[in-house]
Every structure is written in C-alpha cells, then in structure tokens.
Write a protein that binds this ligand. Sequence first.
Ligand SMILES: Nc1ncnc2c1ncn2[C@@H]1O[C@H](COP(=O)(O)OP(=O)(O)OP(=O)(O)O)[C@@H](O)[C@H]1O
Length: 773
Amino acid sequence: MLSSVSRSAYICSQCRSRLSRNILPKLRPIAQSPIFRSPVSLRRSRAFASSAPGSQNEDLPFRNEEDEEVDHMVSNLINNTFSPWTKIGLRPVVADTLLRAYPNAERPTKVQKKLLQALTYGYSVAVRGLPGTGKSFAIAAWLLGLERAMREVTNDRGKKILVPTTSALVIVPNVDLAVQYYCTLLNMIAHSDSDAVHSSPDSFVQLLYRKSNEAELDQLIKLQRFPHPHIIIAPPTIILDILADKDETVRNLLDISNLKAIVLEEIDAAITKLQYFSKMKKKAKYTQQWENKQVPLQILLDYIIKRRTTDARRAGMEPEQPQLVFPTATLSTAQIKRFLIVWHNDWLCSSERDGSNPRPFNLMLPGEEWKRRARSNSLLAVEDPPLSHENIIQFVSDNLHHHIVAYNIRTNTIRDAPIPKLDTTNRQALVEQIEALKEVHQTDEYLLETWHEDAEPNKFIGYPAEIALDALQQLLKHDNYPRNVIAVLGSEASMQTFREMAAEVGINCKSLLAKKWNDAGDSGTIPLGRTDMLLDRETRKEYEAEAEGGDKSKTTVWISNFFFCRGLDTPGIRHMYILHRMDKAREYITYAGRIGRWPYATHEDEIRDPRSLGKDRRGTGKVVSVILERPPGRGGKWYDDDIEMQKIVLLSDGGAVERCAWAEEAIRLAKIGCAVEPYFAVKEAWDEVVQVEKEGKNETSALPSGESDELDAETPSLEESVMAEVETEAEAEARRKADLPAFLMEALGMLDGSVKPEGETKIHEESAEKKNE
Ligand SMILES: Nc1ncnc2c1ncn2[C@@H]1O[C@H](COP(=O)(O)OP(=O)(O)OP(=O)(O)O)[C@@H](O)[C@H]1O
C-alpha cells in the first residue's frame, strides 16, 4: 500500500498551483538535465493504456500546457526517484503494473538495465546474459509499453482511417517457451489498473502454435474476434502456415507489415540447426538432401522483410526497419552480428555494413547524440558479463556445482570420471594447460575415436533407456531423492519408453512441459516463469524444505531434451542429470541454466541486492554429466552387437585415447568457466585421482592423425568458420597480441570452435560480399 502511494503522481489543485508558482521555475533546469529526460519514444508511446478498447483518452478535459508540464515533471521526478524500472526506460504505467504482477521484481538485474535502456532508445539489440537474469521478462515488459502500430484501412464510407494493429512478433523455438512468455504477459495484463486492459487480454496478446486441427481453428477464431493484437507469440512454423494459407481471409488474420519489433528468442536454436545442416551437407552421401535446407525462422524472417520492402516501395516509401531483438545465453553478440552479415544482411538494413562487431552498450545515460542516432537498424550489443580476452567468462550462474561421472556398462557402476583439473579463470593459463596436455598425449588431435562425426545419430538417440534409467536411479539415491530433478535424454530418445520403464521401478517421471509443470499441484513446485517468488521469504523456506527431498515416492523426475528445455524458467529445481553425450559447450549452458535459477546469477550481484543483507541467498545447484565407459575385453550386453554403441562408449584402458577423452570433457566446461568437482569422492581422494592422471602423462600413445587441429572435439561448422572470418582489425590485433594459436583462441572465445573448410568458405564469403554490395 505504502509503496503504491509513494509512486502515485496525483497532486491536488492547491498544491498544483503552489507548484507552478513557486517550485516549477526552480525545477525546470533540473528537469531539463538528461537524467530526468524520458526518451522520445517513451513520451510518444500510447500503447498500453490508450489503445485498449473503450479507452477514453479523447474525452479528457482540456488542460493547459503548464498543467501538463507540472504533471510530466512531477511524475518524472517521482518515478525516477522511486522506481528503478522507469529510470531505465519502462513507461510508468507498465512499471507499476509489473510491480503489481511481480512484487519481488523490485530491482532490475544488470542485464535488464542495459537492455531496457537500449530498447527504449529504439535500437535493435543483441543481448547475451547469464541464464535466468530476466532477459525475456524485461523484453515482455518493454513490449507491453511499446507504441501501438497503426495500419491504414478503408472504412464503410470509403474513407481511409488508421486502426491499431500488431506491433510486435515474438518468435520462439518451442511451444513451452511460447506458453511461458504468454503467461508472463497475461500476468502483467491481469494486474493492469485499467479495466479496459485486463478485461480484454486477447486484444493485447495472443499465442499461436501448431496443435490439433480443432485447437488451431480455435486460435484462428480468436484471431478473427480480436484482430491484430498488440503482441503475437508463436513458433515460426505456425506463422508460416497461416501466411501460406490458400484462403486470403486466413492470411489476412496476420499483419506483418507494420511490426515495430520482432523478438527472436533463442536464435541459437536456429544457428545450431544451420550448423547441423552444413555438417550434413559436407558428408558426400547426404549432400543432395541437405542442399539449400533452411530453418523455418530464416524462411519466415526473409519473407517478412521482403514483404515489408515490397509493400513500402509500392506505396512509394522507404521500408521501415523493425527493431530486432536477439536474446541469448549462449552466443556472443559478435556471433549474432556475423550470422546477420553472412546469411541475412537484409534483415537489418544497417549502414554499418562492414564486419565490425556490434557497438557495445556501456550503460551511460544516453545524451542528445545517442538520441539523434538512435535507429532500429543499428545493432547494439549488450553483454553481461562482458567477454574479455584475458579472463574466462563464466557462462552459467556461479551457484552451480559441476560433476562428470563415468558409468561402466559392464558392471553397471558409476565412478567419478578421472578428468584433469584445469584452470577455469585465466584464459592464458588454460591454453598453456591444454598445450601441455597435447604434448603429453603427443597429439594435435582431440577428435577422438570414441566420439567422432560418425557417432552423430547416436548423439541424438542418446543412451539405451535401460542404461540411462539405471544411471538415473543411482544418482537419485546418491543425492537422497531430491523433490524435483531434471533429466535430459538424447533429443530423439523416446521419452514415453523412458517414462514407462521408470514407472516400473517406482520413479515418477513427467515430461517437462509448461502445462504439466504448472499443474504440479501438491508437489509444491513454483509456477514456471516465477523465479521472482523465490525472493519471497516464506516461499523460499518452503522451497528449501522441499529441496531436501529424502522420499523416493515424492520425487518427480522431469524429463526433457535440448530442444524442449531451452529458455524454460524452472524455479525450485536444483538437480540436472545429463543422460546423453554432448558435443557442444552451448548444450551444457542451456542445461545448466535450468537449475538453481535466481535473477541475480552471480555472488557479487546477489550480495549487492539490499534484500540480501550481504548474504548469498541462492540455493546451490548440481549438474551431473554421465559418460559411458567399458573396461578392455568384451564389452558386455550393451556393447558387443551394437555398432552405434561402440562409437559412444569410452574404452577405459588408461591409454592416451581415454585420457584425451576426459581432457576433452574438462576443456568443454573449463572454457565456459565451470570447474569440475568430485561427485562421489571426498576432496582429498579426488585430488589423488587427479594426481594419478598427472602421473599417467608419461604413458603416451599416438592417436590417429586427422586433418583438424581442433582442440575440443567440436565438429567445425561452415557458418561458424565464415562468421569467424568476418572480424574487425581490433579483434585480429587482439589475437596477434595474445600470441596464441588461432584455433585455441577460437575454441575458447567463440564457445564453438571452428576450422575453415577451404573452398567452401570462399564461396560463402563471396556470396556474403555480393549480398553486401
Ligand atoms: N528483476 C527481477 N527480480 C526478480 N525476479 C525477476 C527479475 N527479472 C526477472 N525475474 C524472474 O526471473 C525469472 C527468469 O526470467 P527470464 O526467463 O526472463 O530469464 P532469461 O534471462 O530470459 O533466462 P534464459 O536465459 O534461461 O532464457 C522469471 O521467473 C522472472 O519472473
């Protein structure tokens, strides 16, 4: 109550006249200082309240300019003083609504501060922040306050009039993330103090996704009843379905020509798929099938941009650039820019058509110069924490523990994997350690016999369900049956088979879907998308008690895979078991980002929050990666007859191949700042394991030579190579100065290492150049 009073900008008429007589002249110079000036777009915008059906704005009584100035100034002063959200650009009405809907989100996180300022000033933004730091949340709030787009229509009397239309499209990679986004927005709308807004949420936001015919029909009917809502959230496929419909009335249900903003959530999903296509293309036998294969997101964006350009030219105008927003937890912002330059230069009609990195946003309050230059076709980079060349940046929260265990497929036992201890803070030190490892193993080649490109299908299928289940049972027992656990399987593994087999041994498995999670009922889980509730003391106590676990019958194992779990905000879960083999650090970031979630993802930020009273309140999380191994000799039931299995099971003979494989696992985590800790062993015993590993240095055996000098066994991708080509002078200089082998810098800095497949790179460079012209 008190807080809402302190935020109110209401002034009685007596005070108003006193203000304009005595105080206004003194306030004018202060109010004109940049800190109190709200962005132009902010003052102009009328989306949230005024475009609501039944909005009464035109009926407001006439007020003189001085009155307006007093109102504006006082509300600015109050809001800038009291609400940290308005200070960084949210419209006061949205900031108030946000706080009513999410009372614990009192203070924006670091990345939210930078992101909202950049967006409010009209820039397109590539934003990379630690998982769970509220990127999507901030974007959702910004979209609500975005000025409503208008389109011209001819009314019954043949007159041209402007009517509100769709202003923003949020493209998400999977349905669950769409549902989560939608719920966040609905929750904010439900807390609006405008009756017009919360009584008609469908006029503001609608969710579209592929489902049964009836469900899709319902979505279309809603779209017809509440045409062109302010925001549409959808995976790209359903939008393409509608736009490609034979029936014009269906096609017209969407208006993509007047969009002011397009949010591409988890663009990394699309880029990862592109890399996969390119990988398949390189394999001779697949070439035809994968030639010119594109992901739906590319097709959709290409179409939107072309259609807007054609429409604008037809009307004799220059096409307007919508603000593009690329939130990601795993790609660097430079990679996003490279993706745009190489593949989709027309998405962002930038005047900066060189290969330079996006301009960093430094959180300085923008002055006149910023405003003048603010344009949606400039891509700003928001990086938190910023990437640096000296130190290794941690890509996941620092309240997580990382473990790698080896599951012996013959004895069905699990042990701590004997991985080398690597430096996870200093880039130079890590590179030196890797170099030393290479020397020890006498190889430049970290692509291993045990895990190479031919094993690709197995990566997707994952481990046999029996093995994955047995490993899961052992991990659950060791962790004392936590209340909620996420277990990820290979992306093509049958979740249903796994669930059924788990039920037979008394383990309750559910698919990690937004709907099921939120229906969890008596398992006491916090609704998806409500990490902010963890900050509430009572909720937190409850959640901590639950996390203790101890009762197998109360444990729920939420099963998912890389595709489905990305972007999901799964508060209250602290255990993640990875039951398939990974080949990208990016996968690891996505997985680790689902657990131990807290908006202030670093120790430093958490203790800085006044509510922490100098303590770190975050619960710790645990990520366990399971790798299959077998002793020399016959492999046993799971091995001998299965050629695919033979490709993914590590031979634990203590030889160089095995040691390289463990080193590779350690490097994948070290380069994203994660140190591996023992899972079973106590610290001292663990150090002994490490010592044994060091002593094994002398037993070297040569590995088969290969063409790649890749260090971390990540298969090179063509796009990454091309993107890596487009680099600034400054970047190149930094590399030279660092005096390190280029491939190492690549492996460490880019998350996904890459080497250049000669001829092909050139072709793509040429086509990129042509596009640039
Ligand atoms: N400033 C804040 N204070 C408290 N809670 C917040 C704040 N901002 C967001 N949250 C909550 O944090 C959770 C995570 O937000 P969100 O999903 O937007 O993070 P994200 O950075 O997009 O995560 P990911 O990278 O995993 O997609 C949400 O439950 C949201 O309600």
